[in-house]
Design a protein around this ligand. Structure first.
Ligand code: ADP
Ligand code: MN
Ligand code: MN
Ligand code: MN
Length: 363
């Protein structure tokens, strides 16, 4: 049990006593943003005197960027600009979560605010009614840094029994998955599904289909909810794309994509055109698909464990060893969507979406 945090062992009946106190007309708003790592979220909370009805009712705020590796020199105040509002499943109605953009003192987007430029591209391609669906894989760790549920010495059984597995010998940490799922539904995150992954203590949830910029907003809040649920349960969710070396699967963030014309009869032709364009920009995309310009994916995209080698571009129907997969059903229906399997689990969805939209629809 030492792998489970001390805080998670507080008496939850006592917590409930306070959470159930009335709060009058006030509304707690938790502002969530991406910090200077480009992959971690930060959050802080304030009181509004009444419930905001729309995003415009939530005021701008600020934070100390020197404590999140985001500030430049002596100008440490950064602006938080509310972008999309969700319900707060922890403090419950009427309280809110809000995903924010970060601006510098001069009101220029901060270095890791990739939403601003993604949004510009999404506006430019609006007529295509671009949909995304992202599959977020993650791995659970104890607070001691050891994979959750793995034996203290040695390894669990090799991979084979865990993907979509059921039973105490196959599924490690399902409480996280179920709490997170309900939290997403309550919040208004468009969660699509979930499954146990190939490596023990590795899981996946999917978000989508979402139109345009919404995809990134929903995925970042879903990640916030995941980390927050894990905090309550006393363990840690890692988005490292290759958490365990050796014969263990890595973690990706497969990105499914379709335009209006791809979804209509004969759409396969448009899917093939998009793939042709992607094939000419492989290097550019790899640089956008993890927060270290491809360095993180170097450990994951080896050509093994259901990945294509980072140096090669490939595409195929039902091929999970390709960069781009056309789902079998889509091949049969000759319409639908395609899956870009390259983005790493710790990618910034805004960077991935912007790269795909630019290559497929603007070039
Ligand atoms: P996989 O077989 O690759 O594991 P999943 O079932 O995990 O697929 O995920 C499917 C994803 O595809 C979901 O995120 C879903 O939102 C997304 N999706 C489904 N239809 C479309 C579509 N027409 N356009 C874009 N994304 C879609
Ligand atoms: Mn999946
Ligand atoms: Mn998966
Ligand atoms: Mn997939």
């Amino acid at each position: 049990m030492d792998s489970i945090s001390l805080s998670s062992r507080f008496n939850k009946t006592v917590l409930q006593q306070y959470l159930s106190l009335p709060q009058g007309d006030t509304c707690l708003v938790t502002y969530v943003w991406v910090d200077g790592t480009g992959q971690n979220v930060r959050a802080k909370t304030r009181t509004l005197d009444k419930e905001p009805q729309t995003i415009e009712d939530i005021p701008e705020w600020n934070f100390d960027g020197s404590s999140t590796s985001q500030a430049e020199g002596s100008n440490s105040d950064m602006f938080l600009i509310p972008a999309r509002m969700f319900r707060d499943p922890f403090m419950r109605d009427p309280n809110k979560l809000v995903i924010c953009e970060v601006l510098k003192y001069n009101r220029i987007p901060a270095e890791h605010n990739l939403r601003a430029s993604c949004n510009q591209v999404m506006e430019q391609v609006k007529e295509h009614v671009l949909w995304f669906g992202m599959e977020q894989e993650y791995t659970l760790f104890g607070t001691d840094g050891h994979p959750f549920g793995w034996p203290t010495h040695g390894y669990p059984n090799p991979q084979g029994q865990y993907y979509c597995g059921v039973g105490a010998d196959c599924a490690y940490g399902r409480d996280v998955v179920e709490c997170h799922y309900k939290a997403c539904l309550y919040a208004g995150v468009k969660i699509y599904g979930t499954n146990a992954e190939v490596m023990p203590s590795q899981w996946e949830f999917q978000v989508g289909p979402c139109e345009g910029i919404q995809m990134g907003d929903h995925l970042w809040i879903a990640r916030y909810l995941l980390h927050r649920v894990c905090e309550d349960l006393g363990i840690v969710a890692s988005l490292d794309p290759k958490p365990m070396t050796g014969n263990w699967n890595g973690a990706g963030c497969h990105t499914n994509v379709s335009t209006k014309s791809m979804r209509e009869d004969g759409g396969l032709e448009h899917i093939e055109k998009a793939i042709e364009k992607l094939s000419k920009k492989h290097g550019e995309h790899i640089r956008e698909y993890d927060p270290r310009g491809g360095q993180d994916n170097l450990r994951r995209l080896t050509g093994q464990h259901e990945t294509a080698n980072i140096n090669d571009f490939s595409a195929g129907v039902a091929n999970r060893a390709a960069s781009i997969r056309i789902p079998r059903q889509v091949g049969q229906d000759k319409k639908g969507y395609f899956e870009d399997r390259r983005p790493a689990a710790n990618c910034d969805p805004y960077a991935v979406m912007k790269a795909i939209a630019t290559t497929c629809l603007l070039d």
